[in-house]
Design a protein around this ligand. Structure first.
Ligand code: HPA
Length: 267
């Protein structure tokens, strides 16, 4: 464990207690308020040395560790994105800290644009696989052979099956699809959306893929759920904006919370 991670873990344990959290949760745009549902101490990112500053509105930049539906959870109320710094490994330290605290499975969430008419705004999409359309990788510069991470089954089959069952039990339709990562921060062009649709993408967004790669590198099981806030560029008459993303996210966030609670209550 690096000194930075050791220091962080000591500080977090002092504030949140030594019981290891089992599940990690990363909350995306417009979803950060879910951390306030967790019964436990919270630590602002600004009090966590080395934690990157999450500067995007609609995020809730704090770590909360506590019990949700009987499971000890460590939740990050906001993430930093590649486009904020140009560093694809910007979430490495927070994820290393979660791992060192004891987390063994991680649920990533994001807001995304849909390419599928049968997954409209307000719906959730379970990520089955991804396309790294940004061409960036958070493991560039990692010197160890561990950098050659297999991603054949990046998104954990068991977690996905449990999330699908949880959604089913809640009566919430949850379709699986492929998430394509664009660097952002500008939104995509209609031509880019046509291109990735041809390549097999079902949703597009500006996050999650680097964290999924880092999670597999760290040996964490990972799953990801997209909250669909809009149809992707050129697929509807609705204008695309960050304001719109934030305004639409609560629709899907309410469903996400129900699926998450049901998933956790299953153990
Ligand atoms: N593209 C990229 N990121 C997004 C979108 C989108 O259409 N909607 C929400 N996040």
């Amino acid at each position: 464990m690096s000194r930075n991670v050791e220091e962080l873990v000591g500080l977090i344990r002092d504030r949140a207690g030594g019981d290891p959290p089992e599940l990690g949760l990363v909350l995306g745009s417009g979803l950060g308020h879910l951390v306030d549902e967790i019964n436990g101490p919270s630590i602002d990112y600004s009090d966590l040395p080395g934690f990157p500053h999450a500067g995007v509105s609609g995020h809730n930049p704090k770590l909360v560790i506590g019990i949700l539906e009987g499971i000890r959870v460590a939740a990050l109320g906001g993430r930093v994105h590649y486009y904020e710094s140009g560093r694809a490994d910007t979430m490495r330290l927070p994820l290393e800290a979660l791992k060192a605290l004891g987390v063994n499975r991680l649920l990533l969430t994001n807001a995304a644009g849909s390419l599928r008419p049968d997954i409209p705004p307000g719906d959730l999409m379970l990520v089955s696989d991804h396309i790294d359309f940004s061409g960036r990788n958070p493991l560039i510069g990692e010197p160890s052979d561990a950098r050659f991470v297999p991603l054949t089954e990046a998104y954990d089959q068991g977690m996905r099956a449990d999330l699908l069952s949880a959604a089913d039990e809640e009566g919430i339709g949850l379709k699986q699809g492929v998430y394509a990562w664009f660097s952002g921060p500008s939104f995509e062009t209609p031509a880019e959306i046509r291109a990735v649709r041809t390549l097999g993408a079902d949703a597009v967004g500006m996050s999650t893929v680097p964290e999924a790669i880092l999670s597999r590198f760290l040996g964490l099981k990972v799953a990801a759920v997209s909250v669909i806030t809009n149809m992707a560029a050129g697929l509807s008459d609705e204008a695309i904006s960050h304001e719109h993303t934030k305004a639409m996210a609560p629709l899907g966030a309410a469903k996400l919370e129900r699926v998450l609670r049901r998933y956790l209550s299953r153990g």
